[in-house]
Design a protein around this ligand. Structure first.
Ligand SMILES: [Ca+2]
Length: 488
């Protein structure tokens, strides 16, 4: 090997010296000597060799061998062959190197891609785990919601079933109530007939007794020779206690001149006549409050009413009274028309009677109110009358004065409304919400026919108590109220 390299170096140096085309030393014409760059480019490859010979300053004579060196062609050929072989080997090595470099780059790229894939796989794994956990939670939540839905459905079915049962019960109760109302009406008619017969009988007895004892004796001051037998009819449903004795048989305590004879004597001479109103009773000398029989002029009607003779100078005909909640005021049109309740307790005189009563002359209205602390106030209206039934007993009121506040003028000129006849200005039926009959507007500043609640302030879904808005407001149910009228 050393020998080969030595031979190669000698050959190259020889070539550099002997071959002019190989770039031998040149001497400039001007005699300057510069560093000489000698190069030899191989024509077969890109490899190049450069030899730098240090500049030497020639001194003395320069001897040149002009004899051509003997050329060993075989060695040159061998060297060239060896050179070529080594160049080829070098090329192969270079190719391998390039190939290995490419492989290394690819390996690095693959490694990088592998790292990236690993990272991505880890990320996806974490995401998958998260989704699995989330789906598990969602499944649990879904199951919980399904259970809730199931429970709600069961509850709804139960409520629906209860509602149907309640509807059936309500239907039965309504039917029972209807039949009981019919029964009550029949019983009341029977009672009227019985009472009328007993009155007729007693009247005959009284008249005969009066004729026997003295012709000049009259039954108190209500005897009137012009009373007609046509008026022998009780038309209101307001009754005293049905168990009470008849008035001519025994006079109850606290009740003055309860009833008077109403028929003519056997001789067809009219003997007695009821009063036209309680003012008339007072003027005739009856100063005790109680139940009196009234005869309405211009109408073939007799009715009983409570006369209030001790309050506000007396002479008041009571047309409504609430005091203990003993009577239900959530009634139909027909019942409000005819009247109901007990004359010595809670009652409603009746719209038809009220119409005829106020048609006799000019009346004023007094509303008496008492709260649960015993405070009594009043509201008066200087005129009061009703329109006929054809105009739904429309209310006509005059000017207010008093100390209770005005909670009725808002209802002036309004028709009467009951649970079965809606004549109010509201879209629904005010009577349904206020649980009574009244001259409702939309709906009420006063509701004296509402539900009687004990104790004052009440809790209800609707404002349905016995209230007068200007006196304690709509959520305070009053203890005692009364509507009374008196001629002006
Ligand atoms: Ca209405």
């Amino acid at each position: 090997m050393e020998r080969t390299l030595t031979i190669r170096l000698v050959l190259i140096l020889t070539l550099c010296i002997t071959l002019p085309e190989a770039g031998g030393q040149r001497q400039e014409a001007n005699g300057d000597s510069k560093p000489l760059l000698r190069s030899s480019d191989t024509k077969t490859g890109r490899c190049s060799y450069t030899f730098i010979v240090p500049q030497q300053k020639l001194t003395g004579a320069l001897c040149l061998n002009t004899q051509p060196a003997p050329t060993n062609h075989s060695e040159v050929a061998a060297l060239r062959g060896e050179l070529k072989r080594q160049q080829e080997q070098l090329e192969r090595l270079r190719g391998q190197l390039e190939q290995e470099g490419t492989l290394a780059i690819e390996v690095r790229a693959l490694r990088k891609e592998s790292n990236s894939l690993n990272s991505r796989i880890s990320q996806l794994y974490a995401q998958l785990l998260h989704e699995v956990v989330q789906k598990k939670d969602q499944a649990l939540e879904q199951q919980r919601v399904e259970n809730l839905l199931l429970n709600a459905t069961t509850l709804a079915l139960q409520v629906s079933s209860n509602y149907r049962e309640l509807e059936k019960k309500y239907g039965l109760l309504t039917s029972t109530m209807s039949s009981q109302n019919q029964l009550i009406v029949r019983l009341e008619k029977q009672c009227h007939r019985i009472v009328r017969k007993e009155w007729e009988c007693c009247t005959l007895c009284v008249c005969r007794s009066l004729q026997v004892t003295t012709e000049s004796t009259r039954i108190r001051s209500n005897v009137h020779p012009t009373y007609s037998s046509d008026a022998n009819q009780m038309t209101n449903d307001v009754q005293r206690d049905q168990s009470a004795p008849l008035p001519q048989q025994e006079k109850p305590a606290g009740v003055n001149s309860l009833l008077t004879p109403t028929t003519s004597s056997p001789t067809d001479t009219p003997l007695v006549r009821p009063w036209r109103d309680c003012q008339h009773v007072l003027e005739s000398g009856e100063t005790t409050s109680g139940i009196y029989l009234l005869h309405l002029q211009n109408a073939n009607r007799l009715l009983q009413a409570w006369c209030e003779q001790s309050q506000a100078q007396g002479g008041w005909t009571v047309i409504q009274r609430r005091q203990d909640g003993s009577v239900n005021f959530f009634r139909t049109w027909e019942q409000y028309k005819q009247g109901f309740g007990n004359l010595d307790g809670e009652y409603w005189l009746g719209l038809e009677h009220l119409y005829w009563l106020t048609k006799q002359t000019s009346y004023k209205l007094r509303v008496s109110l008492e709260d649960w602390q015993g405070r009594v106030v009043y509201a008066e209206y200087d005129s009061f009358y009703l329109e006929p039934e054809s105009d739904w007993y429309r209310l006509r009121l005059g000017q207010y004065h008093g100390n209770a506040g005005d909670s009725l003028s808002w209802h002036n000129n309004k028709a009467f409304t009951t649970l079965d006849r809606d004549k109010d200005s509201y879209t629904g039926n005010c009577a349904h919400y206020q649980k009574g009959g009244w001259w409702y507007h939309m709906c009420a500043h006063s509701n004296l026919n509402g539900v009687w609640y004990r104790g004052g302030h009440y809790r209800s879904r609707y404002q349905d108590g016995v209230y007068w808005a200007e006196f304690h407001g709509g959520s305070y149910s009053l203890k005692r109220v009364a509507l009374m009228i008196k001629p002006t």
